[in-house]
Design a protein around this ligand. Structure first.
Ligand code: 13P
Length: 210
């Protein structure tokens, strides 16, 4: 896929997320790794109305080299790319259910959402830790996110929202959608005692799907 195709795909996926309520207002940001740098959504832009030509272009060192002013969360994306060399794209949302879980003080910070469904395990893996609260755009968040990203493909930022990476733009968006669905199931079933996937079932998923 060349850069123009990647720009169009990012805009289409972002519009789809916005149309389905995964993002409201100017919340959320998306980035993708290119051969020689990154594209990231401009700060204060709506995921519903991005212009492919105005996406911010970063060089391989994350310096702004073209397009509109980049998201203030560049460092959040950089933490994932640096900690996980296989990451080709990063999606950060304020999607409602995942953010709700990120506001609960009593959940297990190392892994708040139990393994209920195969697709959560397939898209996210075994763990999605909670990273302590920092204000949006605070660069002090980067080491905390990098620490979480070293052994998880996704994290919940306390009182803020989810951030996930993927092996492609499409993969990262699918993972962000799966995080939201898993959070919804977790909240729906909180007062019940749902059956969890067993360790053997989780292992079989990881062997088959990585
Ligand atoms: P930006 O508009 O700077 O990308 O910030 C949006 C956001 O989601 C902050 O967490």
């Amino acid at each position: 896929m060349d850069e123009d195709d990647t720009r169009r795909l990012l805009v289409d996926l972002a519009a789809s997320l916005f149309a389905r309520g995964f993002s409201v207002g100017s919340a959320g940001n998306i980035s993708v790794r290119l051969a020689d740098g990154y594209l990231i959504t401009p700060t204060n832009s709506s995921l519903g109305r991005l212009d492919p030509a105005r996406l911010a272009r970063l060089d391989a060192g994350f310096a702004h080299v073209g397009g509109d002013r980049p998201s203030k969360e560049v460092f959040m994306h950089r933490a994932f790319y640096t900690a996980r060399p296989e990451a080709r794209a990063v999606v950060h949302l304020h999607s409602t259910m995942a953010t709700a879980v990120a506001c609960l003080p009593e959940v297990a910070p190392d892994n708040p959402i139990p393994p209920l469904t195969p697709y959560f395990v397939m898209r996210i893996g075994r763990r999605m830790p909670v990273v302590p609260y920092f204000r949006p755009g605070d660069p002090a968040m980067e080491p905390a996110i990098a620490a979480a990203a070293r052994d998880a493909r996704a994290a919940l930022l306390a009182n803020h929202g989810p951030v996930v990476c993927g092996a492609s733009l499409t993969d990262a968006v699918y993972a962000a959608e799966e995080v939201e669905e898993a959070a919804k199931l977790f909240l729906l079933l909180r007062s019940a005692s749902p059956r969890r996937l067993t360790e053997a079932q989780i292992e079989a998923l990881l062997v088959a799907f990585g």
